[in-house]
Write a protein that binds this ligand. Sequence first.
Ligand code: HPA
Ligand code: ZN
Length: 346
Amino acid sequence: MFKVKPVAPERLSALLERMPKAELHMHIEGSLEPELMFALAARNGLSLPYADVAALRRAYVFNNLQEFLDVYHQGTQVLKTEQDFYDMTWAYLQRAAADQVLHTEIFFDTQTHTGHGLSSDVVINGLHRACVDAQAQWGISASLILCFLRHLSEAEAFEALEQVMPLRDKLVGIGLASSELGHPPEKFAKVFAKARSHGFRLVAHAGEEAPPAYIWSALDVLKVERIDHGVQALKDAALVARLVQDRIPLTVCPLSNLKLRVFPSLADHNLGQMLNAGLVATVNSDDPAYFGGYINDNFTQTFAALGLTAQHAYQLAFNSFEASFVDTSAKRAMQHRLTEVFETFE
Ligand code: HPA
Ligand code: ZN
């Protein structure tokens, strides 16, 4: 690994902000800022159960994942047209490009929206068109990962998969999101096997709130290539050994973990321990509009709380490119840009 020259603590935030990075765990519906939510509600003739943006933001206090998901689901109801999905995605990509995200793999789901009477095509075409335009405008590359909602049945996941197959070429992978506890990965064994047969790359949320057993079954039953969150892995030494051995990336989301009370404070977060254990951890924003920060906020706040160094920063950004679903030459090109920034940073 490239040996990073020491950076003065007061210069570390500037380095983190300037550092090229990939984002691999961000739900696009979780990037819908209150201002845009109100604008879309007005455009679609809907009213929100909050007086204004400030009142809505005040409702963003959560005790666990489920409390968040209930508020998040309510917010998705303003999304009605392809243009709405485009505008939401465009806003995120602009923000991500400003945070020096060179490549992002965006989670979305169709089941929420088909449940509101929309078709999957409206969702995917809006997201995809924004990704194409953002690449032309800012040079950011973006791909799309469809998440099944795990609180719904496997039969419903099959239905969602079937519906998106005509748009298969616009998607890179399949993931698993929503209420974790009580909905273990193995509930989706058959539909993940089907997705794999179609050539989708596979990921799953596991070990956010639920125990290490969920990470084991995401690996062994679903055969995923990355684990989303995975912070509970450190409770199981044999699992850590497996994740290190197979170089399975973990897409960690520190501000999400803080806001959903997975850890009592950022100073208690185990990201530093994960890196020290040799795990392929990355830093991501999860639902930035709800959790108080985009990817650079996640980096700067976590580094300040844990006293992490420029060497950790390089490792995390290097991992993010390594863990991405782009081809090897694109990974090496982005890692090269990363090294250049570290070499020239003063
Ligand atoms: N976990 C599970 N499902 C989600 C999340 C999360 O952090 N964010 C949006 N959907
Ligand atoms: Zn997530």
